[in-house]
Design a protein around this ligand. Structure first.
Ligand code: SF4
Ligand code: SF4
Length: 280
């Protein structure tokens, strides 16, 4: 399976991604999460999204919106992540998971296996080219074996580059997606690592309509999408506003106007998902 096949297999529709914590110890060298952490710490001292705040935010989100545990850090670095997943599931949301398994333990996994997932993607450790192999220990091997044995039909494993040699035998080849394609995350990744794309001029569209796949942060703020590590477009705050209001406020309206060609800063212009709109 290629990365393109994986993208096609991930359903569209509205999604709220959850960034459960500020800062990510996994520290993949192609990820600008340090920029996110610096920007986020400048506006909020809340490191972990609190369980009660997650519940308050979720109560404002219609059940038709999928909840995705992904965001700008490894979700299981927040000790309440499994409980958040269970709560969102019990509220009737479809659940998507993107995890490296770092921070998860066997008990978390057993609880997760009682649920059903729309998407379950494991970002597996590479051979040390981009990820820190010191996190690949016995506990990690046990967890990944347990996950493979559970035989979740929707599960996919993704690696950038080559799989870590000690897990290459564990991960089923037919469920593994290898990629070398890196995203500049709207120009946030070090340009020595990923050269930013040439800016898109004029009207544009987002290939996956990711302007409706927004990201909840630990303090309740909601950013535009998975590319907005630097908080360039904050739509509102779900601790104060309803989900629908995020799309009625001045920030989102301005984004739509700029996507339609209006002047002014727009993250999409530097993003690999943006496509120039054909003029008639
Ligand atoms: S890619 Fe994911 S796991 Fe790696 S540093 Fe970024 S947020 Fe953490
Ligand atoms: S084009 Fe890029 S930055 Fe704009 S909404 Fe889509 S994914 Fe986000």
């Amino acid at each position: 399976m290629s990365l393109q096949d994986l993208r096609s297999a991930i359903p569209g529709g509205r999604v709220l991604e959850v960034t459960t914590t500020t800062g990510c110890i996994v520290g993949c060298s192609y990820c600008p999460q340090d920029k996110f952490a610096a920007r986020q710490r400048a506006v909020s001292h809340v490191k972990h999204l609190r369980l009660e705040d997650f519940k308050r935010c979720l109560a404002r989100v219609p059940a038709a919106v999928d909840i995705s545990f992904a965001g700008y850090s490894e979700p299981w670095l927040n000790p309440n992540c499994t409980e958040m997943v269970e709560h969102a599931y019990a509220c009737g949301h479809d659940i998507r998971i993107f995890t490296t398994l770092v921070g998860m333990n066997g008990r978390d996994l057993r609880r997760l296996l009682a649920l059903r997932f729309r998407v379950f993607v494991v970002h597996v450790f590479d051979d040390g080219a981009y990820m820190n192999s010191r996190l690949v220990r016995q506990k990690y091997f046990d967890l990944i074996r347990q996950l493979v044995d559970a035989d979740i039909s929707s599960i996919r494993f993704v690696v950038v580059g080559e799989v870590h040699p000690n897990i290459v035998e564990i991960v089923p080849a037919e469920a593994l997606v290898r990629t070398s394609a890196l995203s500049s995350r709207g120009g946030s990744v070090d340009p020595k690592m990923v050269e930013p794309r040439q800016s898109v001029v004029g009207a544009l569209t987002c290939a996956d309509e990711r302007q409706y796949r927004n990201v909840l942060l630990p303090n309740g703020d909601v950013t535009l999408c998975c590319m907005d590590f630097e908080r360039r477009h904050v739509l509102g705050n779900l601790l104060r506003e309803k989900y629908e209001e995020l799309f009625e406020g001045p920030i989102f309206c301005e984004i739509v106007d700029r996507m339609n060609g209006m002047e002014g800063f727009l993250l999409c212009r530097m993003c690999e998902f943006a496509e120039p709109k054909a003029s008639c």
